[in-house]
Design a binder for this molecule. Structure first.
Ligand SMILES: Nc1ncnc2c1ncn2[C@@H]1O[C@H](COP(=O)(O)OP(=O)(O)OP(=O)(O)O)[C@@H](O)[C@H]1O
Ligand SMILES: [Mg+2]
Length: 430
């Protein structure tokens, strides 16, 4: 009789010396700075580059592709900054704003005000009243020990619930929050008495549709928010993907950012290190390698993975496949089999229309503005028309977006190789 899959998984995990399935993750552990610090790999220079301007109250823009590690980077940075400040006997208030879906200046001000008010509420009655009056914004506040064990870190994390910033309540009107600028200014002033540095990180300010009017919205917001963004009492660090249509709106905004940091995909040795650390999180005994993956297998996954998110997904999927196929080591032919199995699983999840698109992308070596033949075969007049779909497929890890000298190009990811096979091949082989 066939061994039940969960029994097989348990047997294999035991053989591999793992207590449970390793947590190869799509997103960083936001509420667990220790784990974040344990897994965080590379980017030392970028951390230093960001630290200097932020400690002077200046702004930093972090750019990088889908899944390259922007969120991971700024979270790690915020924790590191608290330590940096302490090292010179100063205090720093880190605020992390996630999921800002608003678009108007008013929404931006409200979120910022709410963040400041919550952060200062413990010792300031006005701040507490403001924080309590503002509804519809979700917040989590985690206190934890820092990497080195000695420093307490308060990271204030905010997201806008349901993508909306709640409407003004009666209580808010009573405190006079209809003009939030006044209170932002006031709380910044008070905050500065308690903290030498206030650093506000806004993640994914441009996580919107890659359509021109969406960029305009972001751009307009920046223009309008200049006074607060320029305020030296508060440093901002923003992340954005490399924007699609308006290649570089950020750069053009009057020196708003004192430093721009482009996060490149991590080199293969760093990806390998992430795998080793992730596996060690659930090992009975730590190891310096990525067993059950062979070195060669990990090197191949790293080489074909492009960004860390992609790499993590590939590792998890191949391990999953190893359980299904009952392979106890991931090397040579066994690894190939498992990777193909993982790709087949990806293919099975892809809708026929998308498979057609992937097939065309593969056939013409990618989809780009210049590649007329691919666009023709897709029945499209204009590259711009299909950009939202292409970006969506990047987010599903089916395509990889490359910025070449000639412009943007979307190529089929290693995970999607089988999903991009000609339709007939697929039906025969699966
Ligand atoms: N420097 C790093 N060290 C270890 N793991 C990393 C690193 N950078 C990214 N990762 C891992 O890669 C995955 C994706 O990272 P992250 O969510 O930060 O990417 P992102 O650029 O913010 O993506 P998005 O474009 O969706 O916002 C996460 O699981 C994260 O833990
Ligand atoms: Mg992110």
């Amino acid at each position: 009789m066939r061994e039940p899959i969960m029994a097989r998984q348990r047997r294999l995990l035991r053989q591999w010396g793992l207590s449970k399935f390793p947590p190869f993750a799509d997103v960083p552990p936001k509420d667990d700075p220790e784990r974040l610090a344990t897994l965080f790999t590379g980017r030392d220079d970028e951390l230093d580059l960001a630290t200097q301007p932020l400690m002077r109250g200046e702004n930093v823009l972090v750019r990088g592709a889908w899944g390259v590690g922007k969120t991971t980077f700024i979270l790690q940075l915020l924790h590191a900054l608290v330590g940096e400040a302490q090292a010179v006997k100063e205090r720093l208030l880190p605020i992390y704003i996630d999921n800002f879906r608003g678009g108007t200046l008013q929404e931006f001000h409200r979120l910022l005000l709410f963040a400041l008010a919550t952060a200062l509420a413990d010792k300031d009655d006005d701040a507490r009243a403001i924080a309590e009056a503002m509804k519809g914004i979700s917040i989590s506040h985690n206190r934890s020990r820092s990497i080195k064990g000695s420093i307490e870190i308060n990271l204030f994390t905010f997201g806008t619930a349901g993508g909306e910033i709640g409407l003004e309540s009666v209580a808010e009107r009573r405190i006079g929050l209809d003009s939030p600028e006044y209170w932002i200014d006031e709380l910044l002033r008070r905050g500065h008495k308690r903290y030498e540095h206030i650093v506000v990180a806004i993640d994914d300010l441009d996580k919107t549709d890659p359509r021109p009017n969406e960029f305009l919205k972001v751009r307009t917001l920046f223009d309008q928010a200049l006074p607060i963004l320029r305020d030296q009492r508060c440093a901002f660090i923003l992340t954005g993907r490399t924007l699609t249509v308006a290649q570089d709106i950020y750069g053009s905004i009057l020196g708003l950012f004192n430093r721009q940091i482009a996060l490149d995909p991590l080199p293969p040795e760093d990806l390998r290190a992430i795998a080793v650390k992730t596996l060690n999180l659930v090992r009975h005994q730590a190891r310096p390698d990525a067993h059950p993956f062979s070195d060669e297998a990990i090197a191949r996954l790293a080489a074909s993975s492009y960004v860390p998110r992609h790499f993590n997904r590939n590792c998890a999927d191949v391990l999953d496949a190893a359980v299904r196929l009952d392979r106890d080591r991931l090397d040579g032919a066994a690894f190939d089999e498992c990777f193909v199995e993982a790709q087949a699983k990806v293919a099975a999840e892809v809708e026929p229309q998308i498979r057609q698109l992937l097939y065309i992308a593969r056939k013409y070596g990618g989809i780009s503005q210049q590649n007329r033949r691919a666009l023709d075969e897709l029945g499209l007049g204009d590259f711009i028309e299909i950009l939202p779909v292409l970006d969506y497929l990047v987010q599903r890890d089916l395509l990889v977006r490359e910025n070449t000298i000639g412009g943007l190009r979307f190529i089929v990811s290693s995970r999607a190789e089988r999903a991009a096979l000609p339709p007939t091949d697929v039906s025969v082989e699966s």
